[in-house]
Design a protein around this ligand. Structure first.
Ligand code: NCD
Length: 316
């Protein structure tokens, strides 16, 4: 495996392998010196053409815990502002000796394009409304860890709620969670459902109250207004009333249910309870597990799937 561009490229047993490796990485994160020399001498470049808090920090933390050198390229303060193209940017960075690019871009397909312009590995950290594979991996991993299911999600009822149409997170999760055995239902107003569902048959329900007391996982999405050419929503307050996690709905969740959100959250819109006070919230576990999953992905792409005890055993 050289690149990670889409969840579709991953077979289910590879996903389970990455999750098993993430368990080892999570354990590294608990050491007094949370670092191993696995990627010493290798350079990981984060190339972000779109805003990001957790994804960027998570990849950079993951790379540092594996002792890689890290390089951060910020489009808004770069020669992109002088008209430099994506291709020239990538070729320039490649020439400085980058082993792996972590790429976020507003255009779907940009990371695949980057993979054609460089001999280095490429990880898609979110491209337009298309894919965000490491987010889906960390979400599946969070569910599996919380429920102790060893990677498989058979029979779990998962509702993905909100702006599915513009969400690369939903797109990756619909593919991955479904292939791991979960029964996924999309809950959204018709204008926020995807127009093209490929060959997937996806269950749809327009009423959150129909599913709220049954779900094992409630996965809330942000309304991504920046990706809407024209408004596709009822008024904000109407959306919040129909599709938000209100205190009433939170009270109807099973006590064993998990509430998840990829962040950033719009409090008062899709989330009207304080996740910090909601026993079922797994939002910060998602962030924590994201570092372990990204360590596992970087390790797999740069060192091969064959995990060496020696590499993970030592402290740097
Ligand atoms: C998401 C993204 O950027 O795709 N956030 C993330 O990576 N954790 C979701 C979003 O922007 O709503």
């Amino acid at each position: 495996m050289k690149h990670l561009l889409s969840t579709v490229d991953l077979a289910a047993d590879q996903v389970i392998g990455i999750m098993a490796l993430a368990d080892r990485m999570a354990e590294v994160g608990l050491r007094s010196v949370p670092k191993v020399p696995a990627l010493r001498g290798r350079t990981v470049a984060s190339v972000f053409f779109e805003d990001s808090t957790r994804t960027r920090v998570s990849f950079e933390t993951a790379a540092k815990r594996l002792s890689a050198d890290t390089l951060t390229f910020n489009a808004s303060t770069s020669s992109v502002n002088k008209g430099e193209s994506l291709r020239d940017t990538i070729e320039t960075l490649s020439a400085t000796g980058v082993d792996l690019f972590v790429v976020r871009h507003r255009s779907a397909g940009a990371p695949s394009q980057v993979a054609r312009w460089t001999a280095s590995s490429v990880v898609n950290a979110g491209d337009g409304a298309h894919q965000h594979p490491t987010q889906a991996l960390l979400d599946a991993y969070t569910i599996s860890r919380a429920l102790g299911t060893n990677g498989r999600l058979d029979g779990l009822r998962i509702a993905i709620v909100g702006d599915i149409r513009h969400s690369r997170v939903a797109n990756s999760n619909l593919d991955l969670l479904g292939r791991l055995g979960a029964e996924v239902v999309c809950v959204a107003p018709p204008t926020l459902l995807p127009t093209d569902r490929g060959d997937r048959s996806v269950a749809v329900n327009g009423d959150l109250d129909d599913v709220i007391d049954e779900v094992d996982v409630l996965y809330m999405l942000r309304v991504q207004r920046e990706r809407m050419a024209s408004p596709r929503l009822p008024a904000g307050s109407e959306y919040a009333r129909r599709f938000g996690l209100t205190p009433d709905r939170a009270a109807r969740l099973k006590s064993s249910a998990l509430v998840m959100h990829p962040g950033p959250m719009n409090r008062g819109t899709e989330i009207q309870v304080d996740p910090g006070r909601l026993a079922q919230s797994r939002v910060l576990d998602q962030v924590r597990n994201g570092v372990a999953i990204r360590m596992a992905v970087l390790f797999t792409l740069l060192c091969g799937e064959d995990m060496s005890e020696q590499v993970l055993g030592g402290e740097s």
